[in-house]
Design a protein around this ligand. Sequence first.
Ligand code: C5P
Length: 244
Amino acid sequence: MQKMDKLYEGKAKKLYATDDPDVLWVEYMNQATAGNGAKKAQIEGKGSLNNRITSVLFDLLKARGVDSHFIKRISDTEQLVRSMDMYPLEIIMRNTAAGSFAKRYGVEEGTKLNRPILEFCYKSDELGDPFINDDGIVALGLASDGELAEISKQARAVNDALLDIFSKIDVQLVDFKIEEGRTSDGTILLADEITPDTCRLWDLKDGSGQIEHLDKDLFRRDLGNIIPAYEEIYDRLTALAEQE
Ligand code: C5P
């Protein structure tokens, strides 16, 4: 497989074409951003950790019947994925109130929700990724009714599988963001990444009653270094994968 032209550079990843039109080469970077790029830092080791974490997670999901664009990890910071036509949506699942949800509805962070909540945001840096509902998505032509039904079904299946995975490593899956796309043959699939950058993960081992963040809120809220937390997630996931 040969790495070809750079197609896209996002906040945390670079995407390259390969000699196979159905395969992309992804490079995870050390850049961390928050607040739609308002806060930025280079954090040594982050790219490698996220590349390794998302690779293990995609494999653990596959073992639970959840397919994704992931093909294989090819180095510490790189992986091959299937090329997808992405939906311009941030697909958010919440199990516990936190972040923008807690703020929007005046709910205390950590409040368990009676059922998981699926939310969508329209992916647009210019507009600051505004909230959008199902009708808005279809009305603007971002996805058809049928596609949206499939995306929603997959998001709930990802949540069920991730809840199982994280409960086995003593981590509370508070919420997360995924993205979905369509392959050249029209298959709708989970894409992008699943990492502590895109999930809220609280340590259940701690037992102090205090929220122990093992995710990007450490960076967003200036609570501490993300690297030991991401390493902890990687080590626990790897131990689970070896056990399975
Ligand atoms: O900020 P908010 O509470 O809406 O975030 C919900 C979840 O989505 C969090 O796990 C956060 O890490 C993730 N998210 C993301 N990328 C964004 C916005 C949110 O990964 N642009």
